[in-house]
Write a protein that binds this ligand. Structure first.
Ligand code: 2NE
Length: 275
């Protein structure tokens, strides 16, 4: 594919090509740790990808390798801007805005694929976790560090992790703060596939193209259905939103609106009560 720059930011790169958006955290000197600005920019790019009807799949990755040769997807919150009440933005306001980003990635009706080369650590690990799929390079390293650095993610970072790898493994990951290699992550069902690092983006594009051949409405309903199983009323809202979308697309749904606009009674008697 030939990537086109979709918008220019300070902390991230945003490209599009052939139905695919690519969003790249671009702070390799910090192992792609995010500060509030990074998260605001990610939120903006993901929102754009959500709204673009030509985009069906988002590849989410980290820039690298750094000049020391090391790769990172993301090493979580930037500890150098962490204040007493969160991560401090340019205006001096403490933030934990990555939680908003997690919800957007999870609920957007497009497929988000994390491409992980090198470290996916701390809040960066949670970011790959909440993506629909994760493709990893053979040099990928996964883990949580919260209890080591005075932090934790008790939201998706704990409960959704446990849904994926099971309660025992999730507790091990958080309580011991160990690092796991790509093969171990694959074995525990934390990721979908492992490839040599130089092949990672190509593999992501291939998976994206395969998904883009499928029915957009079927995929969006499936994503909402998988989420609904875990996300309570918010998950049901997402799933039901798709039912409303499909209803709007029927003649029966249009009849109600048309009757209102034409100032007449709706004729719903013409439609069957299907079994
Ligand atoms: C990622 C890891 C394991 C890499 O280790 P290594 O040895 O390959 O690299 P090094 O030397 O530690 O890091 C390279 C440079 O990146 C900076 C480092 O400070 C270092 O800078 P210089 O000394 O060259 O100036 N760097 C790396 N990660 C950073 C970070 N997160 N914030 C600021 N600077 C960072 C190793 O670097 C590591 O363990 N990093 C910290 C991982 C971590 O604890 N992240 C925060 C977890 S809490 C969180 O993310 C969170 C949450 O729990 C809940 C909600 C939201 C966020």
């Amino acid at each position: 594919v030939t990537w086109q720059i979709a918008k220019t930011y300070e902390d991230i790169l945003y490209h599009k090509a052939d139905g695919i958006a690519k969003i790249t955290i671009n702070r390799p000197e910090k192992r792609n740790a995010f500060r509030p600005k990074t998260v605001f920019e990610l939120y903006d790019a993901f929102s754009d990808a959500r709204e673009d009807i030509n985009i069906g799949v988002v590849l989410f990755t980290g820039a690298g390798p750094h000049t020391d040769g090391k790769y990172a997807f993301c090493s979580g919150g930037d500890q150098s801007v962490r204040g007493d009440a969160g991560y401090i933005d340019d205006a001096g306001i403490p933030r934990l805005n990555v939680l908003d980003l997690q919800r957007l990635i999870r609920s957007m009706p497009k497929v988000v694929i994390a491409l992980v080369a090198g470290y996916a650590i701390g809040g960066g690990h949670v970011l790959h976790l909440i993506c629909d799929l994760t493709l990893a390079a053979d040099n990928a390293i996964f883990g949580q560090t919260g209890p080591k650095v005075g932090s934790f993610d008790g939201g998706f970072g704990a409960s959704y992790l446990a849904r994926i790898v099971g309660q025992k493994k999730a507790r091990e990951i958080w309580y011991l703060c160990r690092q796991y290699n790509a093969q171990q992550a694959l074995d525990m069902g934390l990721i979908n596939h492992v490839v040599p690092v130089e092949q990672l983006e190509l593999e992501g594009i291939e998976w994206a193209q395969e998904i883009l051949d499928k029915s957009p409405i079927a995929i969006r309903c499936l994503k909402a259905a998988f989420n609904a199983d875990c996300d309570g009323q918010a998950g049901l809202q997402e799933l039901a939103g798709n039912a409303t979308l499909l209803y709007y697309m029927t003649e029966e749904g249009t009849e109600g609106k048309q009757a209102f606009l034409e100032k007449r009674s709706p004729n719903f008697r013409q439609y069957p009560w299907l079994p």
